[in-house]
Design a protein around this ligand. Structure first.
Ligand code: NAD
Length: 363
């Protein structure tokens, strides 16, 4: 089992990575959590495929346990779901010594994490991610939250887990589409991290797409090493951490314009292409790199299909993004591998042209 430490000054924690390691969950909980009671929030599909094993783990825990099984859709990443969790915690008389254990993808982790951040002014929690996206991204960094009034992740809190346990064997039951979403976030890392990661990603893309275990494990380790370094230097996203949002300004608008019929990770890939074109038209992008980046994006051709995308509508969604309160759209753009520029403004025509070129790749 590999261990990577997230060295935050206030809340340091380990990330354990391995295959078939979830049976060590109780041992790790006893080691890292003071919580004497556990409350599990479990994705319903994960429960369907891995329920026997999870039930065995829960039964073997020596103290009080409870659970909430959760159908993880963006619609259910809601206050109503959170309400069910709070009710179960309160009715079950769970105290401040409770630890909440999230077993599922990014949606489960975000909502369980928020429940942990707020129940009794904050209790401990643990992330057991089960999708590739959650393995490489959402399980580390302490961002928790839920959707409200149709706005994604508008309510949330930073709350770091006590530890993260990534068992790659969960991925064997993951749909191909979900694997592609994780690879979409990995594409982002391949641009913003190092040449070595970019090379590995391009070289191993086919094996990764086939879910080949050793390539997936290496991708997860490299991604977590990188993400934890970024989080260590900017825990609450006041600066550097924004580099993780490459492509996301476009992606959120594309997701909305596509009526959420494409997944977040797929929209991120489409958003990244738009960012490449915008970086190029602003003269930011190293011209040698443009071709290299577009080649990497093209690996996703055939795996992502936008349905009659409309550039004007996407632009309007960007303008009316309720998170974008000042009205000025800011972009995270790319100069070179590992060289990212933050908070860049651009004129409407250039932005619209970038959207048109970007969506054409996946139309
Ligand atoms: N907190 C963060 O830093 C952060 C970062 C990136 C994304 N996110 C959030 O993460 C969410 C997306 O996460 P996601 O892509 O993991 O989505 P998800 O949690 O919806 O999981 C995707 C699908 O896979 C299923 N699933 C999960 N594990 C499975 C397994 N092992 N086998 C079979 N099916 C399985 C789920 O039931 C679901 O249908 C978004 O809401 C996004 O906002 C958060």
């Amino acid at each position: 089992m590999k261990k990577i430490n997230v060295n935050l000054s206030q809340n340091p924690y380990p990330v354990y990575i391995g295959s078939n390691i979830v049976d060590q969950l109780n041992k790790k909980i006893i080691k890292h959590c003071k919580g004497s009671s556990l409350f599990f929030v479990i994705d319903s599909r994960v429960n369907h495929y891995h329920g026997k094993l999870i039930t065995k783990i829960i039964k073997e825990f020596p103290n009080k346990t409870g659970k909430f099984i959760f159908n993880s859709t963006e619609k259910n990443k809601s206050y109503e779901s959170l309400n069910h969790i709070y009710e179960k915690l309160i009715n079950g008389k769970y105290g401040r010594d409770t630890a909440i254990i999230a077993i599922g993808g990014g949606i489960t982790g975000d909502i369980a994490g928020f429940a942990a951040a707020t129940y009794m002014r904050g209790v401990e929690y643990v992330q057991v991610p089960t999708t590739l996206l959650a393995d490489i991204d959402s399980s580390v960094g302490g961002k928790t939250g839920f959707n409200f009034g149709g706005i994604k992740n508008i309510i949330g809190a930073f709350h770091q887990p006590k530890f993260v346990l990534i068992d790659t064997s969960f991925l064997t039951t993951l749909d191909k589409n979900e694997l592609i979403c994780g690879l979409g976030e990995a594409l982002k890392y391949s641009f913003i991290a190092t040449e070595a990661l970019a090379k590995f990603f391009n070289l191993k893309f086919k094996s990764l797409l086939q879910g080949e275990q050793s390539s997936i494990a290496k991708l997860i380790e490299e991604s977590i090493e990188f993400k934890s370094a970024v989080v260590e230097s900017d825990e609450k996203e006041s600066g550097l951490r924004k580099i993780l949002n490459l492509g996301h300004t476009f992606a959120h608008a594309i997701e909305a314009e596509q009526k959420n019929l494409i997944k977040h990770g797929q929209a991120v890939v489409a958003g990244i292409v738009c960012s490449i074109f915008l970086s190029q038209s602003l003269g930011i992008l190293n011209p040698r790199k443009e071709k290299e980046f577009l080649n990497a994006v093209n690996l996703f051709k055939g795996s992502i299909k936008l349905k009659s995308p409309n550039a004007d509508k996407i632009y309007r969604f960007m303008q009316t993004d309720k998170k974008n309160r000042s009205g000025d759209i800011k972009f995270v753009l790319i100069q070179d591998t590992g060289k990212i520029l933050l908070d860049i403004s651009a004129g409407k025509k250039l932005v619209l042209d970038s959207i048109k070129k970007g969506i054409e790749v996946f139309a």
